[in-house]
Ligand binder design. Structure first.
Ligand SMILES: *Cc1c(COP(=O)(O)O)cnc(C)c1O
Length: 453
């Protein structure tokens, strides 16, 4: 059967507003062609990010009412702790307000000047927190992970030879831990195989180094393993997820992804000493260890979210609906990063509008056209985000991130139609020029203008 059934009924609805082309044109001009500066109420379908934008279930909302707001030892904390322990097997479980808070604490404990920390691809907040500690962040994804058309089933894998080479080049004493991001967000939401994780574990054992997961999308990664890895198809996703965590010595998690909540994070350790240091830092900036910067109700919602995310009906719907968008675009002639990732589709903007050179922001030209034409908000991941000062990124991409349990198949069909209509008239897309930019993270606030095609 071809139709994807959303495995839920809709109980509460959140109206989205149709706008006219004139209204959107005005909004776009006012925002200086920067979609971060457009109000959410002027957006029809918002694919800016999948982080914290998901819909909660009726059980999660029930948990919100049940939330125990005691300062210490709240019932909600125990429920959260029990659920995370069941899924991961870790004993030392610290709640944090979101993923980057876990990262900040981890790298204050493990980072520092002169240290080098490898990952398949560091997510931008992970890299920023490592660099903030004075350490260096190194990306060691396999070569296929950088080629948009490669259909490697596990493009998020780390290159084991490169990891060994890093150990011999910089010396084990300078590598405090090895980290791997599942799924590899910066590399297109591509999964990492169990075989690769076991091989990384073996390298860590050989050099006596801890192995940490950036496990924001652990459930999506576990589902890809079930679907794609030899010998894994008969296992429960929860069982695979448990093995992923058992291979590691710790993990950072943003619960805004596979925690199915709008705010929350987790920091996990096997080692008691490390956990004790982290707990002290947690108290300093996040809060007492039984709430970690969250309300009791948030812990309830997280506990339930982590349980629901491992339901196989949910994961099947999630992964196939993202793939559906990707395959429809491909069959319409639009080059995307293949194969479709777990949480987002990435359009190759250079292939889409080859008449616009990277310095004139082809990805931004596409997302402005998409907003103007259909009220859809996507994000540029290319020269606007990573360029400037003589730097040029490897790829010019447009990311369509899919919030969890929010949009239906007809919303996605509308997105496909809109993109294919723009693609049909792609030679009319206009180059952009930056007219105003801040010194750092310019994509959030830069203003641009359209030049004649
Ligand atoms: C979102 C994300 C983070 C950071 O989490 P926040 O909750 O946004 O602070 C870290 N790593 C990866 C892979 C992510 O996707």
């Amino acid at each position: 059967m071809k139709t994807i059934i959303e495995p839920f009924r809709i109980k509460t609805v959140d109206p989205i507003r149709m706008t006219t082309r004139e209204h959107r044109e005005t909004a776009l001009q006012r925002a200086g062609m920067n979609l971060f500066l457009i109000d959410a109420e002027d957006v029809l379908i918002d694919l800016l990010t999948d982080s914290g934008t998901g819909a909660m279930s009726s059980e999660q909302w029930a948990g919100i009412m049940r939330g125990d707001e005691s300062y210490a030892g709240a019932t909600s904390y125990h429920r959260f702790h029990e659920q995370v322990r069941t899924i991961t097997g870790f004993d030392h479980i610290l709640p944090t307000h979101q993923g980057r808070a876990s990262e900040r604490i981890l790298f204050e404990v493990m980072g520092g000047p002169g240290k080098v920390i490898p990952n398949n691809n560091h997510f931008d907040t992970t890299r920023a927190n490592i660099e903030h500690s004075g350490a260096e962040a190194v990306d060691l994804v396999i070569d296929e992970g950088r080629i948009p058309t490669s259909r490697h089933p596990f493009k998020g894998n780390m290159d084991i030879a490169k990891l060994e080479k890093l150990f011999s080049d910089v010396g084990g004493e300078n590598i405090p831990l090895v980290m791997v991001t599942i799924t590899n967000n910066s590399g297109g939401g591509q999964p990492v195989s169990l075989e690769n994780l076991r091989a990384i574990r073996a390298v860590c054992d050989k050099h006596k180094k801890p192995f940490f997961l950036d496990a924001c999308r652990f459930a999506e990664n576990a589902y890809f393993i079930k679907m794609r890895e030899e010998g894994q198809s008969q296992r429960d996703v929860a069982d695979i997820a448990r093995e992923l965590f058992e291979l590691a010595d710790g993990a950072t998690i943003s619960a805004k992804k596979d925690g199915l909540v709008n705010i929350g994070g987790v920091l996990l350790f096997r080692d008691m000493e490390m956990a004790a240091q982290a707990r002290n830092l947690l108290i300093l900036t996040e809060g007492f260890p039984t709430y970690g910067g969250l309300a009791g109700r948030d812990l309830e919602a997280m506990a339930q979210g982590f349980k629901e995310v491992l339901h196989e009906d949910y994961l099947q719907y999630r992964i196939t609906s993202v793939a559906y968008l990707g395959e429809k675009l491909l069959s319409g002639g639009v080059q995307i990063v293949e194969p479709p990732g777990g949480h987002a589709i990435y359009i190759d903007a250079n292939a889409f509008c080859p008449h616009i050179p990277p310095k004139n922001l082809p990805g931004q030209a596409i997302i402005c056209a998409l907003y103007r034409h259909a009220g859809i908000r996507a994000v540029e991941i290319g020269s606007l985000m990573f360029g400037g000062e003589g730097q040029a990124p490897d790829m010019e991409l447009v990311r369509l991130a899919i919030p969890r349990r929010v949009y239906t198949q007809s919303h996605i069909d509308y997105v496909v139609e809109a993109i294919l209509e723009i693609y049909a008239e792609r030679d009319k897309l206009r180059p952009l020029e930056i007219v105003e930019e801040p010194p750092q993270l310019r994509h959030f606030t830069a203003r641009m203008k359209e030049l004649d095609a």
